[in-house]
Design a protein around this ligand. Structure first.
Ligand code: ADP
Length: 606
């Protein structure tokens, strides 16, 4: 399976056709795209002379046209586009439709240099590759898990909300990719690791990844905050900018250029934005380059200390990007005094690191180091290709795994016809108050009072139609109120469960058994089960996607029947724990689009 990955920048474009093994089948590079003499290279061939047109759109069209020609024997299953800013809208890669395009456009104010160009690339590529799905992979997506305390700037909230001023974080694809690679190398589930990933390239950022989720990162609302970069300042007292505007009369444009293009390594050294130059000159005694190096390293050390504190410890510190992967000197300078966090550098291993496509991860910590030190070769393009493959089905059909609607089941009762008559009178039949999502099921108008040893709960709804077994489904909190200790069970399995007294308008029923705390479950059709790759009675994990508090529910029972409609049912306690509101959805927790199945000795329906 081959994917075209396109990364459209304002001055250059990189497009690669990548297969699922990560092999590059074709590479297209365009630089100086906005200038009169763009440089275009497709694989070995330099095509600049053949391009008789100019302008971003025209040159990109020409280059993609050339690519189409060489792709005759290389069918694509999709095109993955790198998009810089996904705001708060995109937590993961998405199939691009009109709505997605409009959203990317609406985020242009947050990334004026990137999103409009990214979108232009998408629109032009769609014309050239019209028959395959196009996907957007966002730099910001991975950091959408940042907790509020890390996201918010301490400025007037009304203004911040009005303009969506908050920390988004960037380089997400790289941070996520190297964290996964590190976890694989360490043979440990990423959900058990606290990682600090340092992406040190022309742009630099650092992230704290706690149990698989980004919880802190150094870039903020824009990619200007945080570490010292090639030409970007990183952190600077905002007061200094006000001062500069006053003292130097700098305009906003000038400040923008000053901070983004004339600062960082370049500004400090006065010589270069390229780390190799800086290291070389510093070694020859250039004081300003030495200063640039010291500030660069110090800032990273400071962040690593801070992120270790934020996570209450760290298991591995990872270096990536052109500098992180290649510079033993920088890795040495940053990590040499990390004994205090339990990371002991192995000088020889560090010096000998040579990463390559086939050797992507190398450790440079001593054997007795409690904290791992790793250099990992990042591959954002491959990561985008993988995400594209995941979202696009093998048979060229768009096959995203559907999300599962989540519904909260409030406490309720299922009764036999016999008990209905004992409670409501001879020959009484339940009446429909509201049809439920599962076909044929309804909430009845009738309610009863539950009486337990400690307390009673009034107006507990009966669900119809009547069944062959009496069953009372309550939450743990209800159990505490009633004074009943009921087990967690799948519906229908009430053997050896406690009883309860029901009080209706025409009589009282003392049940010997039937009270359960329902095992959370997902109803689905056989077709759904096929799509999710699960079967009846499997136990899965479900991540709640859009709730107030993020949560992964384990021990979720799959229930398959042609009569069911896709829906996950949890009780009120569980709903509150995740702050679930209307429209909440969940997704099976997975790594490769497949459900994680765990067999457990749960008391399932016979
Ligand atoms: P980008 O962020 O544009 O993808 P890269 O990740 O390729 O950039 O990183 C570019 C940076 O990596 C440059 O500062 C370059 O000097 C630095 N770099 C590459 N190789 C080395 C090396 N062997 N030693 C030090 N720095 C290096």
């Amino acid at each position: 399976m081959n994917v075209l990955v396109i990364n459209c920048g304002s001055s250059s474009i990189k497009a690669e056709v990548i297969n699922t093994q990560g092999e590059r089948l074709h590479t297209l590079t365009v630089s100086r795209i906005q200038e009169a003499d763009p440089f275009i290279q497709l694989n070995e061939a330099i095509l600049s002379d053949k391009c008789t047109t100019s302008g971003y759109e025209e040159v990109l069209s020409f280059a993609l046209h050339c690519l189409v020609d060489v792709l005759a024997d290389t069918p694509l299953i999709g095109v993955g586009h790198r998009v810089v800013h996904g705001g708060e809208f995109f937590k993961e890669a998405v199939l691009i439709d009109e709505q997605v395009e409009a959203t990317i456009e609406s985020l242009s104010a947050l990334a004026p240099l990137h999103n409009p160009i990214n979108l232009q690339g998408i629109r032009i590529a769609k014309q050239h590759f019209a028959t395959v799905p196009h996907l957007a992979v966002f730099d910001t997506a991975f950091h959408q898990t940042l907790p509020k305390r890390a996201k918010h700037y301490a400025i007037q909230k009304e203004i911040a909300d009005k303009h969506s001023i908050q920390r988004y974080g960037f380089h997400g694809t790289s941070h996520a990719y190297v964290a996964e690679e590190a976890a694989k190398f360490l043979k440990t589930d990423i959900r058990q690791l606290r990682l600090i990933t340092c992406h040190l390239g022309n742009g630099c950022s650092i992230a704290a990844i706690e149990y698989g989720r980004s919880i802190e990162t150094s870039m903020g609302m824009t990619p200007l905050e945080g570490l010292v970069m090639g030409t970007r300042s990183g952190d600077i007292d905002a007061g200094a900018l006000i001062f500069l505007a006053q003292q130097e009369g700098m305009s906003l444009e000038e400040l923008d250029t000053f901070l983004n293009k004339e600062s960082g390594l370049l500004g400090l050294s006065g010589a270069s934005n390229d780390m190799r130059d800086i290291i070389e000159r510093a070694a020859r005694g250039d004081e300003r380059c030495r200063l640039a190096l010291h500030v660069f390293n110090h800032r990273i050390k400071k962040y690593i200390g801070a992120y270790t504190a934020v996570m209450g410890g760290v298991d591995a510190i990872i270096f990536t990007g052109g500098i992180g992967e290649n510079s033993a000197v920088i890795r040495h300078n940053i990590t040499q005094s990390f004994g205090y966090i339990g990371a002991i550098l192995d000088e020889d291993d560090n010096r000998n690191i040579q990463l390559s496509r086939n050797h992507r991860v190398a450790s440079f910590a001593m054997n007795h180091s409690r904290v791992q030190l790793l250099a990992v070769k990042t591959d954002e393009q491959f990561s985008i290709a993988k995400q594209t493959v995941q979202l696009v089905g093998v048979d060229n059909a768009i096959n995203p795994v559907p999300e599962i609607p989540i519904a909260i089941s409030a406490r309720h009762i299922h009764l036999t016809q016999e008990k209905v008559e004992e409670l409501f009178g001879l020959g009484y039949e339940l009446t429909v108050k509201k049809w439920l999502s599962q076909p044929g099921q309804f909430a009845a108008n009738e309610t009863v009072t539950l009486v337990g040893p400690k307390n009673k709960i009034e107006r507990v709804r009966i669900l119809g139609p009547t069944r062959s077994l009496n069953q009372i489904e309550i939450s743990r909190t209800d159990e505490f109120v009633l004074g009943i200790d009921a087990p967690i069970r799948a519906s229908g399995n009430v053997k050896n469960t406690p009883g309860v007294t029901l009080v209706g308008p025409k009589g009282t029923v003392k049940l010997e058994e039937g009270v359960i705390c329902a095992l959370r479950h997902i109803h689905m059709t056989p077709k759904d089960a096929e799509i999710f790759g699960v079967k009846d009675k499997d136990i899965v994990e479900v991540e709640v996607r859009n709730s107030g508090r993020s949560l992964i529910f384990g021990d979720v029972l799959i229930r398959v029947s042609p009569k069911y409609k896709l829906e996950m049912h949890i009780d009120t306690d569980e709903g509150n724990a995740a702050e679930i509101s209307r429209g909440a959805v969940g997704a099976l927790v997975n790594t490769e689009g497949k459900a994680v199945l765990r067999k457990k000795n749960l008391m399932l329906e016979e």
